[in-house]
Design a protein around this ligand. Structure first.
Ligand code: ZN
Length: 348
């Protein structure tokens, strides 16, 4: 960790003043379209991308599975895609706002799904939970984090929600792997992979035109959630995330046009990654001081988050708090002691 106060790095620069209205699209580069879809949560939109070649389109990410979004895709099919076939649907990662309508789109356009293996398999895993009771492992996990009985009840009531916003995936897919090349439109795009926000998150990089479709791996203003989840309760995703940020910052420069899943297209991607790394290191230092006294995961929200933690963001805040604590534990800087199943974290 770096004990010095972070020096200021250049802020992102936004080359487009306008944002497409919800449900509509605009061209951002030759043959590349920015489609803005509504999201029924506090983060109220997602950016999806369409790449047009001479003879075909590629769709990148799909939106939540809602009737409203289906209507938007039907309009895009008639207004933009027209008679050209859709060559493939590419999904950056398995979160519902990205993968939700992938199965539906593949079916409607009679085309294939391209995803990384870990994202495809994890999506199937979570879809399989949709009709199951809450497992004891998950209850123990959130009890250990410090949830009250009321919060555990609420968790049980919402368990398996993933399937409400994600249509079933096709039963076969094309695997995307780090450093592979994928033809989209008429050009080659490199597959870059990040970890930490999701298991094997795909970004697509066009080196010739210096354009990066970054999904949630690189965002201009908000930071992506990096969480420990009950399926892998000892995970250290913050180490994965920091390594991925460093690797990506070595691959791109500040000139690259970043097309992110949330916010606006921007330049300054390399600096943005470095700022994020420094912010995380700074948070880890604050957390270490705070853990001079024993703390539960739910006690540290005030150190890590500016926004108020409510029932709707409690799970992500808990996962992210644990990600920070696990990172420090692996470094040998904090230790945990369980009292009646609840973890108390203290500086070593
Ligand atoms: Zn995501």
């Amino acid at each position: 960790m770096n004990a010095k106060t972070p020096a200021t790095l250049p802020s992102p620069h936004y080359p487009f003043e306008n944002v497409p209205e919800s449900g509509s699209y605009m061209q951002v580069a030759e043959g590349i379209y920015w489609l803005r879809m509504p999201l029924p949560i506090a983060l109220n939109h997602i950016n999806l991308w369409l790449i047009e070649g001479k003879d075909s389109f590629t769709i990148i990410d799909t939106g939540w599975a809602t009737d409203e979004n289906i209507s938007i895709w039907e309009k895009v099919a008639s207004d933009l895609i027209g008679d050209k076939p859709v060559e493939q649907v590419v999904v950056t990662h398995m979160h519902p706002d990205h993968v939700g309508l992938a199965g539906w789109l593949c079916n409607i356009h009679k085309t294939k799904l391209c995803m990384s293996r870990a994202e495809y398999l994890n999506c199937h895993l979570l879809l399989g939970y949709s009709h199951e009771d809450t497992p004891a492992e998950a209850i123990n996990f959130y009890h250990a984090a410090g949830y009250s009985e009321q919060q555990l009840q609420n968790y049980r009531a919402h368990f398996g929600q993933f399937g409400q916003f994600v249509r079933n995936l096709p039963h076969a897919y094309q695997r995307l792997q780090v450093n592979d090349t994928l033809k989209m439109g008429d050009e080659d795009w490199q597959i870059l992979v990040g970890e930490g926000h999701s298991p094997e998150h795909v970004c697509l990089y066009n080196a010739g035109r210096n354009i990066l479709i970054s999904g949630d791996q690189l965002l201009p203003t908000i930071s992506s959630n990096v969480s420990v989840w009950p399926t892998e309760p000892q995970a250290n995703p913050l180490a994965d995330w920091l390594r991925s940020c460093r690797q990506l910052s070595e691959r791109i420069d500040d000139e690259v046009l970043v097309l992110p899943a949330h916010g606006k297209p921007f330049q300054g991607g390399r600096s943005r990654l470095q700022t994020q790394i420094r912010d995380i290191e700074h948070d880890l230092e604050k957390l270490l001081e705070f853990c001079a006294e024993p703390r539960r995961a739910v006690d540290i929200f005030g150190v890590l988050f500016k926004s108020k933690i409510t029932a709707s963001n409690l799970m992500m805040a808990t996962g992210e708090s644990l990600a920070h604590l696990h990172y420090l534990r692996v470094q040998g800087l904090v230790e945990v002691e369980y009292r009646e199943g609840v973890g108390y974290w203290t500086t070593s």
